[in-house]
Ligand binder design. Structure first.
Ligand code: SF4
Length: 482
């Protein structure tokens, strides 16, 4: 759960990176950082909190040069503290380098142990620092070859940006688990940008060029842009969770509109899990497109039955325990006018522990709904993610320990329905801009994508595309309290 942004060849590289990170803020809110280079000196500023708090104008002014990389972080490996904020920058025998990483390395602990045995001293708990040490000790001459050499030894998910004295290097892991795309600034064809999501290009006025291919490395320097594929070819496994929940709906990833994918998920959900109801409402904001799709397919009116507050501060002091359901009430409020006397379908993208869903169902019923039916636009979430999305351990995922009936009882809904794994994959594939019309979705005839093809869906299926063997030193991932 991180976002990366990079730019080459612009006199205001730090300012534009700031804007790019601002548009990627949904990918991580714990810390933010920018590194720049003017060809002689590397400049770095990082801090805890949101982009707008970490970068007052006087800080951005200090970041000089025409090359920049930036990072917003939500920790999945290493704790939430300043020393783990990115970019991570070091001086080593061959110069200076800064690295920004989205993803998670599954063999980081084993590599770290090996490196420490031969004398490396680590400054952070982050798996990303392993890459820097491997670059530093590589025997290759050119920096891009050193980066490729280092990445050839790591396993897991990475969309990686490296800033050197003279170049911006961008790499997507061989399975393409995390997204990474390329853009260009109009009127300046030598000014390239690279980002986790295309949605940030709109804000900075860049044109989308293409997604990086799985396993592709791009080097941008004064000689132009060079692309190579330094790793052996693998079948791609893009994280399908990006389409279900994580990415912004105005992004397009690997040819799939996130917004259309989510509407398709809702349409397919309406086919697989129908119910008689008067109104269908989303859990805002991420559940909105799927609810539109559900409403269209089921022919049930779409309404906003819950409103979300966007102003929940990080340092809010909770009043006494006696105010029940305070956490959810701080974020969501029911519109009784919409709910009273109605049979209501609530559409959400996923259920993690079930505690939030239970509070929402109770809130909607208390506002006067006569029936409350919960519909989830993804399958039951039973497995943790090891590739960079912050999920709880298996025992904390309600679907791994409870049957459908038990979940329905726990969240106190009148009925519950999840989308099937096949339905999820088909709905996302059908949103590809190269093709299949969304109107062909209800029966999905003619589109028979294998659930194993193209996507990682391990947190629902348990089919991990990269084996994860816990290392004795493996630090527990931090838990996400939903
Ligand atoms: S396990 Fe789930 S969240 Fe993690 S990469 Fe795979 S699909 Fe995405």
């Amino acid at each position: 759960m991180c976002g990366v942004f990079g730019i080459f060849g612009h006199p205001e590289s730090a300012n534009i990176t700031y804007l790019g990170l601002h548009a990627l803020q949904h990918r991580g809110q714990e810390s933010a950082g920018i590194a720049t280079c003017d060809g002689h000196q590397l400049y770095l500023h990082r801090g805890m909190g949101h982009v707008i708090d970490v970068f007052p104008p006087e800080q951005i002014e200090k970041l000089r040069g025409e090359i920049a990389i930036g990072h917003v972080r939500y920790s999945t490996s290493g704790g939430s503290m300043l020393k783990n904020a990115q970019p991570i920058a070091v001086d080593y025998a061959r110069g200076s380098i800064a690295v920004a990483h989205n993803g998670n390395l599954t063999n980081a602990e084993a590599l770290r142990e090996r490196l420490e045995e031969r004398g490396s001293i680590f400054q952070t708990n982050s798996d990303t620092e392993v890459i820097i040490h491997l670059v530093a000790i590589s025997t290759q001459r050119a920096v891009e070859d050193r980066v490729a050499d280092a990445l050839g030894q790591v396993e897991g998910a990475y969309s990686l940006l490296c800033l050197t004295d003279q170049a911006l290097i961008a790499v997507r892991d061989p399975l393409g688990i995390r997204p990474l795309c390329l853009g260009v600034l109009p009127g300046n064809p030598t000014c390239h940008v690279v980002a986790s999501e295309s949605s940030c290009f709109e804000l900075i006025g860049a044109q989308f060029v293409r997604d990086l291919d799985p396993g592709e490395m791009i080097v941008i320097d004064r000689r132009g842009l060079r692309s190579s594929r330094p790793f052996s070819k693998s079948a791609p496994r893009m994280c399908i969770f990006e389409f279900v929940y994580f990415a912004r709906p105005d992004s397009t990833i690997d040819g799939v509109s996130v917004y259309e994918a989510r509407k398709n998920l809702g349409r397919r959900l309406a086919v697989e899990c129908p119910v008689d109801a008067d109104v269908v409402i989303p859990v805002p904001d991420s559940g909105v497109p799927a609810t539109i799709g559900y409403s269209q397919r089921a022919n049930i009116p779409f309404e906003l039955g819950l409103v979300r507050s966007h102003y929940v501060g990080r340092t809010f002091i909770e009043p006494q325990q006696s105010i029940r359901h305070f956490g959810v009430k701080l974020k969501l409020a029911p519109i009784a006018h919409v709910l009273r006397g109605r049979r209501v379908v609530i559409v959400d993208d996923s259920i993690v522990r079930g505690t939030t869903s239970r509070k929402i169902v109770k809130m909607v019923r208390a506002a006067g709904a006569t029936e409350v039916h919960l519909r989830i636009s993804s399958p039951p979430n039973r497995w943790p993610c090891y590739y960079g999305i912050d999920t709880p351990t298996r025992s904390e995922l309600i679907a791994s320990t409870h049957s459908l009936d038990e979940i329905n009882q726990y969240v106190t809904s009148d009925s519950i329905g999840y989308l099937s794994l096949e339905g999820m994959v088909e709905a996302v594939v059908a949103a590809r801009s190269d093709g299949v019309s969304q109107r062909s979705l209800p029966v999905m005839q003619g589109t028979k994508p294998s659930a194993d093809r193209d996507f990682c869906h391990a947190c629902w299926s348990g089919q991990y595309p990269i084996a994860f063997v816990p290392h004795p030193r493996h630090r527990q991932m931090r838990l996400l309290d939903t």
